[in-house]
Design a protein around this ligand. Structure first.
Ligand code: SF4
Length: 53
């Protein structure tokens, strides 16, 4: 099976990988914010890096 390739839409406009509602990181990592996430509110993009000013 080929490695997954997908576009990631994102609304976190304070991230340095964000541009025009899309993510430009080469890959991202999303993790649960507690042991077993049950809703999307309990997941978190840990690739986020704040924009440098
Ligand atoms: S790294 Fe995460 S927060 Fe940053 S643009 Fe990509 S998906 Fe959004």
């Amino acid at each position: 099976m080929d490695a997954p390739k997908m576009e990631v839409k994102c609304g976190v406009d304070t991230c340095q990988y964000y541009k025009n509602h899309m993510c430009y990181a080469s890959q991202i990592e999303v993790n649960p914010m507690r042991s077993k996430a049950k809703t999307s509110d309990e997941t978190c993009c840990t690739t986020f890096r704040p924009q440098q000013s």
